[in-house]
Design a protein around this ligand. Structure first.
Ligand code: SF4
Length: 268
């Protein structure tokens, strides 16, 4: 791959070296995997691989079996440090406690189960840097590059996001956190080509028909993916149907889990 192609997403080699910490969020899904392969190539070229940390936010049984192990395996392939974090109250327990499913306008699943634990890890990683203090303040701000595998193709909201942006909410006098979406403008075909070229193992659920990974039953997923997941994980599907009935709240406004299971072939 030539340099022009390698650095086609707004963080040239010299810039990557300006960050003290390069944190890569990994769901172990295809987009995370392709992004990790790309970030690895950029980090090698900038000679900063020791600064890369891969984070998997574990959602508990809501995510596909084997996901955390795969995220760890993928990080190990590149020789990167791996960290797993999870909220004390895992996703299904949180949904039950709230009595409602998340949705596109209220994605508490992402903010509580992913963003919150990620920020705690950033705090730990910045502390590890041991930046000397001058009086009560550090001598300089730590610089953190937070890499996410979002793609514009997935939604109009994502398509409007910048490739690079300062995360003011995560930044402070101690640190500046910059969010990088290195594969924002990649197509799905490009993602799969990158994965196949890397030779790194990808999650088995894709070969069973899933288009996206992360939660087996995502409130933003297509009906096709939800039905596929219901056939692959009938026990979890039954748990979702029971939770839906218990809460009296439909999984999606236009689609209940009971309907998903029924049209998937009565998997639960
Ligand atoms: S995969 Fe879907 S349901 Fe799960 S945390 Fe992400 S947005 Fe929420």
């Amino acid at each position: 791959m030539n340099t022009a192609t390698l650095f086609d997403t707004q963080v040239p080699q010299s810039d990557l070296a300006q960050y003290d910490v390069i944190l890569v969020a990994s769901s172990a899904g295809k987009d995370s995997q392709a992004m990790l392969d790309y970030v690895a190539e950029c980090a090698r070229a900038a000679d900063v691989t020791s600064r890369v940390v891969v984070l998997h936010n574990n959602l508990g049984r809501a995510e596909w079996p084997g996901t955390e192990g795969l995220a760890k395996e993928q990080a190990a392939h590149y020789g990167f440090r791996f960290e797993e974090r999870h909220r004390a109250q895992l996703l299904l327990e949180e949904i039950r406690a709230r009595g409602m499913w998340p949705d596109a306008r209220n994605r508490y699943c992402t903010s509580d189960q992913k963003r919150g634990p990620s920020r705690k890890l950033i705090t730990e990683l910045v502390a590890e840097l041991g930046i000397p203090r001058v009086g009560s303040r550090p001598a300089r701000q730590a610089r953190v590059l937070y890499c996410l595998g979002l793609r514009a193709e997935e939604s109009s909201g994502r398509a409007k996001k910048p490739v690079l942006s300062v995360d003011d909410a995560a930044s402070s006098g101690v640190r500046e956190v910059v969010t990088w979406l290195p594969i924002l403008h990649w197509t799905e075909a490009k993602v799969w080509a990158r994965i196949k070229e890397s030779g790194v193992r990808y999650h088995w659920a894709y070969d069973k028909g899933m288009k996206r990974l992360s939660c087996s039953f995502c409130v933003l997923a297509s009906r096709e993916d939800l039905e596929c997941a219901a056939r692959l994980r009938p026990d979890l599907a039954a748990e979702y149907v029971a939770l839906e009935a218990e809460m009296g709240h439909r999984f999606k406004a236009d689609l209940s889990m009971a309907e998903v299971v029924a049209s998937a072939g009565g998997a639960a």
